[in-house]
Design a protein around this ligand. Sequence first.
Ligand SMILES: [Zn+2]
Length: 341
Amino acid sequence: MNSDLQENTHKRLNILTGEWVLVSPHRAKRPWQGQNEDTSTEKRPSYDEHCYLCAGNKRINGAVNPNYQDTFVFDNDFGALQKDSNEFSYKNGLLQSESEKGICKVICFSPDHSKSLAELAVDDIKKVVAVWKEEFVSLRANPAINYVQIFENKGAVMGCSNPHPHGQIWSQSTLPNEVEKKDKQQLKYFKEHKKSLLADYVAQELEQKERIIFENELFVVLVPFWAVWPFEAMILPKKAMKDISSLTELESYCFADAIAVLTKAYDALFDCSFPYSSGIHQAPTNNNNNQHWHWHMSFYPPLLRSATIKKFMVGYEMFGMPQRDITAESAANLLRKNSRP
Ligand SMILES: [Zn+2]
């Protein structure tokens, strides 16, 4: 392991976005005087009559959820994007705006109100993967949809308003900022090298073995070299695939297995239901060839050193660039120790 990277302040390049993160390993040793909140260890019931996601309950718009057994998908009653909003373009001097259309969906991962992905069996997570794939394929067929963002906000600290295990899909007519950056970087590499940027990256990580948390036959779970969040992680298929539409049964199982291992390691790390935002970045559905894309799932957890001590993106990070203390290698080591043998 390179000792400069473990001892001296440096910046690391995110090859997917072209942006840098500042790493200050010496600060990981300083005493902490920040906040320490009480964690709620209250056990939730399997069914909550006031939850709008539980089976059989009524939602605010009056619709009643079916008595679903595994997963359940519905159009978000209060979606940020709407399929039938007015189409317009506005330009006035330096002020510019474009209308944006889209479809927002909610996916319940399980009828059990009390469980998170970390507590579901791999076969049950595989059912969630199957729904992601199905929804992606159906949204892709819509000519008005050019990008599909699958994500989950977990935990009150991430602004999640309902503890029932669920995720969302926002799909829209143009590419969001983060996707556009990754599209450009991957295309540039593919043009120069005639192969996938992330396939080459995974091969290098598997050789170095310094940031790998877990691997199975087809997937790798690692802390990316350029991670911003203290325990940020990424799940990648070893083989380049542009999106999740072609996932086989075995690939879906191995992906579900990787999610299970990572979310369990997170919960074990600080002995709490670990909050995070996770999302799948994949090729746009804009009918371009997009062979430069290699889909992946990223986890951005806000916790820093305990169940209650969070990292804040403030000050220098708002005005300069993201900064972290603990190195990606140390974080991977801690997560590896907390994952199953
Ligand atoms: Zn519920």
